[in-house]
Design a protein around this ligand. Structure first.
Ligand code: AMP
Length: 599
């Protein structure tokens, strides 16, 4: 149903009046981006004028950009550690924000091996909610009829802890799903999920996934879109179906819920949904028992119009696998967000993944952009402080690092994301997500940098000492052909005494030792989420890394500047490495992980 032409939006004719309002708001915000930004900054600086942080930099109540830029430093998480620690320990004074810190959001970025703690305030939920409220109105411009069915979304909460001072610490999505904004959201025919809240809110990942999958199967004909937050999450759901379809089909045939699902609220709500349907059970058995799972998503959910998953950034590695399981359905990347702040949305969500651009919404925070010179460190020096560019002043084609000032009290904070400007919607720029800085390996939400990998290597190679063996060279690879994906580390060893070379079990233990040294997000993925498979070491023949260098030089690398790449994914290099493998080893156990932080 098209709406009144008076409500028509430059983005396209809205599907309903509610959508018209949302699209109008997007238009207004993006047309007046600079003014909005000025207001946002003034609002943040006014309300936080008496915070310890702003007083320290002697802002003296100024709210204008020039004073702000001249007085406040550009910072990273490490710079804020002392303040964050104090808040975590229970200091309730206005350190960063005049509004009370309501909880900490635990970022998937880490510091000293632990998740970063991002302070947030209650009203940030409204801002996140506003961004979510834009997504369907935009999608409805491109995909008609989404009010005629449901979305099968695999959404999960994760464990939460309390800081010594008593504040909750949990991931931003857990905070959102547990909020009234989500739990008591008003009915919207364009945004109905097959998963009941009870299933989403169950902290046990097996029971949650099982019941969400069961609901999706029961309503297979109604499902119009299938999604998860990240591509890795959707693939995990497919893997889950591969492992559990027999039981799921049986539950449907019998109309009786698997006894492994013990959560009383899930059992109660499934009691109302689950009815015996032998025909459907038979159908699922038929499809899932086939050897070939190509196009399984459209075979089971034949009315699916698109997949709703983020496949930009590190998640792009999953595109071929998702293509395989979905028979090439479009993949919509709808938004760009973080624990620190939700940034923006994709105004053309049905575009190809390689063409995705996110439009930053100028009401979410005050945004600045640090020009990113790919070959420079990009840090300020005393002689030349970096010149940050405002939102509306970025230039098409250039790359920048995102710097934010948020309502919750982060000031000129480097997010660590590198973005390239692709164009503008009105006066708001649109960005291609290039990459996150310093991330070498990522399978799910884990982010492992070079220093962490090096440390893990050093710790693991201690086990080789008694065999008089050392690792002469190494590199790594995120293997996403397996579900879940896993880290592969290629080792070239120098065995000084071939009569006493390290046995296979010791190399297996080296895999585990590496995992124990990796950060808590990695270990949580291994232990609690089962989103990362056991780490693998592939030992390669002596001389392999020299061959790797020869190859790079033959392709134009300078012999003087050649450095062993610490992560590889270029097919010819992978082929070279794999053809030289002499033994492979897997981590024999799970590393340690508990929700509690080490510090
Ligand atoms: P977290 O700290 O766990 O909240 O993760 C936030 C980070 O995830 C962002 O800073 C990005 O690096 C990444 N991210 C979030 N949304 C997207 C997206 N749409 N495309 C690519 N990367 C994203």
């Amino acid at each position: 149903m098209a709406v009144d032409s008076a409500l028509s939006s430059p983005l396209g004719p809205p599907a309903c009046e509610k959508d018209a309002k949302a699209l109008q708001l997007i238009e207004e915000m993006t047309k007046n981006a600079d003014l909005r930004q000025e207001k946002v900054l003034a609002e943040i600086l006014t309300r936080n004028a008496h915070t310890e942080y702003l007083k320290r930099y002697k802002l003296n109540g100024a709210t204008d950009r020039a004073t702000f830029k001249s007085k406040l430093p550009i910072i990273t998480y490490e710079d804020l550690q002392p303040e964050i620690q104090r808040i975590a320990n229970g200091d309730r004074s206005a350190i960063l924000s005049a509004h009370p810190i309501s909880e900490f959001l635990t970022s998937s970025g880490t510091s000293a091996g632990e998740r970063k703690l991002m302070p947030t305030i209650q009203e940030e939920l409204d801002r996140r909610q506003l961004l979510y409220s834009f997504l369907m109105p935009v999608m409805n411009l491109y995909v008609p009829g989404l009010d005629k069915g449901k979305g099968l979304y695999f959404l999960f909460v994760k464990s939460e802890t309390r800081t010594p001072g008593g504040l909750l610490a949990r991931p931003v999505l857990t905070s959102y799903y547990k909020s009234d904004h989500f739990k008591t959201r008003p009915y919207d025919p364009y945004n109905v999920y097959t998963s009941p809240n009870e299933a989403i809110l169950c902290a046990d990942s097996f029971q949650s996934m099982y019941s969400q999958m069961l609901c999706g199967l029961l309503e297979r004909d109604q499902v119009l879109r299938v999604g998860a937050v990240f591509a890795s999450g959707l693939l995990r759901a497919i893997r889950f179906l591969q492992l559990n379809w027999k039981q799921l089909a049986q539950d449907i045939e019998m109309g009786c819920l698997n006894s492994k699902v013990t959560d009383p609220s899930i059992r109660e709500c499934m009691g109302k949904i689950l009815k015996s349907d032998p025909e459907l059970g038979e159908f699922i058995r038929g499809e899932c028992s086939k050897e070939n799972w190509e196009g399984i998503i459209t075979r089971i959910w034949p009315n699916t119009k698109y997949l709703d998953v983020i496949v930009t950034g590190a998640m792009a590695q999953y595109i071929p696998t998702l293509d395989y399981y979905s028979g090439g359905l479009p993949m919509a990347c709808t938004m760009y967000a973080s624990s620190e702040c939700y940034f923006g949305l994709n105004l053309n969500p049905m575009c190809k993944p390689s063409e995705v651009s996110y439009t930053i919404m100028p009401n979410m925070a005050y945004f600045e952009f640090l020009p990113h010179e790919p070959n420079s460190a990009g840090f300020a020096t005393l002689d030349s402080p970096p010149k940050l560019v405002d939102l509306v002043d970025v230039e098409v084609g250039k790359e920048y690092e995102l710097v934010i000032t948020t309502y919750a009290g982060l000031c000129r904070y480097r997010v660590g994301d590198i973005l390239r400007v692709t164009g503008f919607h009105n006066s708001a720029p649109q960005f291609h997500f290039v990459r996150r800085k310093n991330v070498l390996l990522s399978i799910d939400s884990d982010k492992t940098d070079e220093a962490e990998l090096q440390k893990a290597m050093e710790n693991a190679s201690q086990l080789l000492r008694e065999y008089n063996t050392s690792v002469v060279e190494y590199t790594s690879y995120a293997d996403t052909k397996t579900i879940p994906g896993h880290y592969v580390i290629y080792w070239e060893l120098l065995v000084k005494d071939s009569a006493n070379s390290p046995p296979s079990e010791v190399l297996n233990q080296c895999c585990l030792a590496m995992e124990e040294s990796l950060n808590s997000v990695y270990r949580q993925g291994r232990v609690a989420d089962n989103s990362i498979g056991p780490l693998e070491i592939r030992v390669v023949k002596n001389g392999t890394f020299e061959e790797l260098m020869d190859y790079a030089i033959s392709r134009g690398a300078s012999i003087n500047q050649y450095k062993v790449p610490r992560c590889v994914n270029f097919t010819p290099i992978m082929e070279l490495l794999d053809s030289r493998v002499i033994s492979t080893h897997f981590s024999p156990a799970l590393p340690h992980w508990t929700p509690e932080r080490r510090r």
